[in-house]
Write a protein that binds this ligand. Structure first.
Ligand code: FE2
Length: 161
């Protein structure tokens, strides 16, 4: 199974469902921590947008406006993130975690999405499609920074209590 060749639709589906899993976890954090409900809901909404943009890019591979490099796709890294997301989501059903832990997990998810460079599987000459990819990367940076700021705030407040 390890050497199995992944086709472009499989890769795009994995990347899109990865965004959806992140959205589901954030939505659940929003429900678990209503004090930051708006923060997590807005992140979840943007992750869902990313999923639909990635599926839109998939349509562009058919008319060759965009190319997906199967060699650059790191199936193991994507699966690791998916497993991690599923594990954290399952954990929320059995235990109550502190808000600082949820924020710290949010920072590490966004950080790993930045570092893993998942979206470098895409190659395109189209300015419009490049803009979509840049927007996903920029949103991820903004998410990481917002989550980091919120984490710092909650850490400080906790020390004061
Ligand atoms: Fe994000």
């Amino acid at each position: 199974m390890g050497n199995q060749q992944k086709s472009t639709p499989d890769i795009l589906e994995k990347l899109a469902s990865n965004e959806e899993s992140v959205a589901t976890l954030y939505k659940t954090y929003g429900e678990a921590f209503p004090v930051l409900g708006e923060f997590w809901n807005s992140l979840a909404g943007e992750e869902r947008n990313h999923a639909s943009w990635i599926r839109g890019l998939g349509a562009q591979t058919e008319n060759r406006r965009i190319f997906v490099s199967e060699k650059r796709f790191n199936a193991v890294a994507v699966q690791t993130v998916l497993d991690y997301l599923a594990k954290e989501l399952a954990r929320l059903n059995i235990e109550k975690i502190p808000i600082v832990e949820a924020l710290s997990i949010t920072v590490s998810i966004e950080q790993s999405l930045i570092e893993s460079k998942f979206f470098e599987v895409f190659e395109t000459d189209s300015v419009e499609l490049k803009r979509t990819l840049t927007k996903i990367r920029d949103d991820t940076l903004v998410h990481r920074n917002k989550a980091k700021d919120a984490l710092e705030t909650y850490k400080k407040n906790r020390q004061q209590i």
